[in-house]
Ligand binder design. Structure first.
Ligand SMILES: C[S@@+](CC[C@H](N)C(=O)[O-])C[C@H]1O[C@@H](n2cnc3c(N)ncnc32)[C@H](O)[C@@H]1O
Length: 199
């Protein structure tokens, strides 16, 4: 069993992509949970899909440590974790065309207008997702903050030459994230899914 799911490896100059597939035990497809939080979704998925490798990224060390402990306790060998800023990780460390799916679930909405620049989901982020997805790979977004949902949806729709909208992915009950559970039944949740065009 792994002693830890967190990866302690370094790109030689901080800019060269990591050999992502080598960080896992096999060549299975890789799915990434961006801002994995306490890992409820990531761990449920990894348990249910041992044939898929899961990478969780979060910048909060406390959360990554918690997910790490749970993954080890559950004996999950298909989970790896980056404690890192997600845009940096995806832009610089994830090699081109290596990811089968990205999940961006309940990203911090930064509701005040003067803070919108802090939002993760901007054009540069979309470009990084596109570069690292395999053709046909998916992006799945969900949030309770409907103005942020509209913004993410519009950005992906606006990239119609790169992405095609498909019916929105919905988690199974046991896969719901911790944040989704907070809002269940009390707030509407915006969801959208897109795939990277193959042409
Ligand atoms: C609102 S929480 C949602 C967590 C989880 N996806 C859920 O739905 O329960 C947002 C998470 O994203 C992380 N986060 C926010 N911005 C980030 C960034 N730029 N890079 C990495 N993690 C980030 C936060 O630390 C936090 O754990």
């Amino acid at each position: 069993m792994n002693e830890t799911a967190s990866v302690r490896v370094f790109s030689k100059d901080g800019l060269t992509p990591l050999p992502l597939q080598d960080l896992f035990a096999n060549e299975a497809p890789i799915e990434v949970d961006v801002g994995c939080g306490k890992g409820r979704f990531l761990l449920a998925r990894a348990k249910e899909h041992p044939d898929i490798n899961y990478l969780g990224i979060d910048r909060m060390l406390r959360r990554i440590r918690k997910v790490d402990r749970k993954a080890v306790r559950a004996g999950l060998t298909n989970v790896r974790l980056f404690r890192m800023e997600a845009y940096y990780a995806i832009s610089y460390l994830i090699p081109p065309e290596t990811v089968s799916a990205y999940y961006v679930l309940f990203p911090d909405p930064w509701p005040k207008k003067k803070h919108h620049d802090h939002r993760l989901f901007n054009e540069r982020f979309i470009e990084a997702l596109h570069r690292t997805l395999i053709p046909g790979g998916g992006i799945h977004v969900a949030t309770d903050h409907l103005p942020y949902f509209d913004e993410m949806h519009a950005r992906l729709k606006g990239a119609a030459n790169r992405f095609e909208e498909i019916p929105a992915w919905k988690p199974a009950e046991h896969e719901r994230t911790d944040f989704e559970l907070l809002f269940l039944g009390s707030k509407d949740i915006g969801r959208a899914s897109f795939i990277k065009r193959c042409d």
